[in-house]
Design a protein around this ligand. Structure first.
Ligand code: 7TS
Length: 407
């Protein structure tokens, strides 16, 4: 049984209380982006009402308050994924920007033609394309950990993929297309045994489970605020301090310097070295408020409820004839991708929308996963802690409606 008071929780999310096409909205597209509680919306609005000023540069009161709130948010993010020091949390635009930063600032200076970058077959495009660009720039090679039919990583030849040429392994914690939770901790141990640094893409993990980067011992961990009930345009990069210290800045500008002359510029210390220009102050504050919100409810409680939703949805959907679930890994979080026999996923999505049910259809920015299964797209329901068991029934009813219409 869920320990959450869903009725109260749902009143915290005003957007959920609306009709779409004459039906109550059932929002099952949380892997694309999550909804925001009033606590987050108010934190952002109050910042603009009372404290708005630029950070790190004014002696005046508002600037001090804005700076305190922004740095306070960094401290919350630090605690959220159990990072040792504030210096190791860089605010970025999201997971995508964080991966590009690591590719260009950490890997590029040390990679040469013939070196290798190791990713997996189930990565989001954000954890493929920046590495391909780096390969084009340097002549390095992209290597891919294969996957199995159920949607798990095939680690049978993993040791052989970790070579003396591997400059980084970049791996998703949870697959957005399949929901698979990858055994990143064990993979990190093996990579580290060969001195290979590891980046973990946690975009789909942090909204759904307790993440402890010290326990994982990853070198970099990236995530986006908007998938964890915070605003868009903000995210975080964790990097081990000793690595961040050695990395050159990624972008130049204000705030990332200690002094500038035409002859020489001295860069600022961590984390500011990587935060050129005026940052997304309100976004960071909203992210801090989202973390407070999740922690007040208890992340383990949220995870338990979502697990119950996923188990129930999986049971009910797999019991429907003519429906195939894509991604049946043993360890999964919050994603149910499926195909209805004889119906294109986009038609599924459209018919769902007519009943107020929001799901995502398409390749989910994971085209290699679709290529693996030989399908153009899937329909994907993805859950958050504010979803209810009744909404699982709406999902099931939606599938049956589609089947009726296409019978
Ligand atoms: N990594 C994973 C695993 C993701 O699921 C996403 C976004 C990203 C990285 C990129 O995050 P961004 O915030 O920088 O865009 N995933 C999805 C999705 O599944 N549907 O829409 C966006």
């Amino acid at each position: 049984m869920s320990k959450l008071d869903l009725h109260t929780i749902r009143t915290d999310f005003p957007i959920l209380d609306q009709q779409v096409n004459g039906y109550p909205l059932v929002y099952l597209d949380n892997a694309a982006t999550s909804q925001k509680p009033i606590q987050v919306i108010d934190a952002v609005a109050n910042y603009y009402r009372k404290d708005n000023a630029n950070v790190h540069r004014g002696v005046h009161r508002l600037s001090q308050r804005a700076t305190d709130a922004y740095e306070g948010a960094r401290e919350k993010v630090r605690g959220f994924v159990n990072v040792r020091s504030d210096k190791e949390i860089i605010f970025v635009r999201g997971a995508t920007e964080a991966i590009n930063l690591v590719a260009q600032s950490f890997v590029r200076p040390q990679i040469q033609a013939g070196d290798e970058i190791l990713i997996s077959h189930m990565e989001h495009h954000a954890n493929i394309v920046p590495w391909q660009m780096l390969c084009e720039q340097t002549g390095a090679q992209l290597k891919v950990i294969p996957m199995t039919k159920v949607g798990e990583l095939d680690l049978s030849n993993f040791d052989d993929l970790l070579t003396t040429k591997t400059k980084i392994m970049a791996i998703g914690h949870v697959s957005n297309a399949l929901g698979t939770i990858n055994p990143v901790k064990e993979m990190i141990v093996k990579a580290h045994a060969k001195n290979i640094p590891v980046l973990v893409d946690g975009a789909q993990a942090v909204p759904h489970m307790v993440v402890d980067v010290q326990d994982l011992d990853c070198d970099f961990y990236v995530f986006s605020g908007h998938k964890m009930f915070a605003p868009t345009g903000i995210g975080a990069l964790f990097g081990k301090q000793e690595l961040l210290e050695e990395m050159p800045p990624w972008q130049g500008g204000g705030d990332m310097i200690l002094s500038v002359s035409f002859e020489h510029t001295q860069y600022n210390e961590l984390p500011y070295k990587f935060e050129a220009g005026t940052p997304n102050i309100s976004g960071a504050i909203g992210m801090g408020a989202a973390i407070d919100y999740m922690q007040n409810l208890g992340i383990a409680n949220l995870a338990q409820h979502e697990h119950d939703l996923l188990i129930t949805a999986t049971e009910k959907v797999s019991a429907i004839e003519g429906v195939r679930i894509i991604g049946t890994a043993k360890e999964k979080a919050s994603v149910l991708s499926f195909m209805i026999e004889g119906v294109h996923p986009h038609d599924v999505g459209t018919i769902f929308d007519q009943q107020g049910v929001a799901i995502r259809t398409g390749h989910h920015c994971a085209q290699p996963v679709m290529q693996f299964y030989g399908i153009p797209a899937t329909a994907r329901a993805s859950f958050a802690f504010y979803n209810t068991m009744d909404e699982i029934d709406d999902l099931v009813a939606g599938i049956k409606k589609v089947q009726e219409l296409f019978a």
